[in-house]
Design a binder for this molecule. Sequence first.
Ligand code: ATP
Ligand code: MG
Length: 394
Amino acid sequence: MQYHAFLIKYAEIGTKGKNRYMFEDALMKQIRYALKNVDGQFDVTKEAGRIYVNAEGSYDYEDAVEALKRVFGIADICPMVQVEDRDFENIKKQVVAYMDQVYPDKNLTFKVDARRVDKQYPVGSEQMNRDLGEVILEAFPQMKVDVHNPQVRLRVEVRQKVNLFSVVIPGPGGMPVGTNGKATLLLSGGIDSPVAGYMIAKRGVKIDAVYFHAPPYTSDRAKQKAVDLANLVARFSGPMDLHVVNFTDIQLYIYEKCPHEELTIIMRRYMMRIAQIIAERTGSLGLITGESIGQVASQTLQSLAATNAVCTMPVFRPVIGFDKQEIVDLSEKIGTYETSIQPYEDCCTIFVAKHPVTRPNIRGIVSSERHLSERIDELMKTALDTVEVIRCQG
Ligand code: ATP
Ligand code: MG
């Protein structure tokens, strides 16, 4: 069966009352963006409570479905046949043709679920259910009606046109990106932060990212891995700016001046400070990290408190309560895992102490940071002035 249209059902945005049109428009924009790289011409329109995607001429069905499965805000993707001639005899004919083409194996149970959305239409919903069920049974005697638990639920919606659909492909859920402000993701080359970015984008938040690299201790290849991951997340979140910060001099300075067991915490605090300045300058309302309680020494509650203490913006940590395996499962599902496990060095692992503190005391950390007072402002300014911005389009 060659479909030329999809009906897009959305879930949560249906409850937004007066602002609903804004959510619908954002969803349509994201759908258009997702389909830009798919072979074919697509027309995205809306009609009271429904969004349609019409493919004009030939197109790549599989790719179109895959692209739609990445658009947050979509609950279901229903490939449909749209019938223009609403004459009831014609609808009967089209319904039989639909069942014939979509279900070559006729050994199945079905139910017709008709809805007369246009109340002017002369045939009522109940009547349609009976009459359309009857013509299907006449045409395909092997098919049986089961009103309680049918294998196929054929939906017939009579609107300006008539929509026929029965196949339902689950979308990713969530809210359309762009309906909930912007946040800045601290994106490392690891498994956790791309998943964290995905989860926040799923709630409708537009995302930018910051990656700290430390050449020559971290290679160009490690940086490329962060770019690759940003592009993978952008397949869901839409285009994002990746801010690449050269962190080497700050790290070396911390290494020179501070107790080595506190290196990681102090370094993480400077990462947060710099990310926050970039976030403020680029209109983000929060930071996102891939931290999870207890995963490593820098993620105990005490360490998280010490890192968090330098932030005035909210910090979103969507995987905070996840086990590593749960994060891995999600990263496999969204397609970032294979890239994340490539073995390139991370700037966090270069200067690590053998025995990092696991219960840092904030006052102690603050007093260690006083040793940096001479040059740190200047080093931070240089790091911010030399940020490289890479546009990641997915
Ligand atoms: P991930 O798998 O996301 O790298 P991780 O388990 O390796 O996480 P850490 O290295 O402690 O954990 O980092 C915690 C969080 O700090 C990361 O999830 C990420 O948000 C941020 N982060 C760590 N290193 C970097 C980096 N080089 N650039 C940007 N953000 C980073
Ligand atoms: Mg890491």
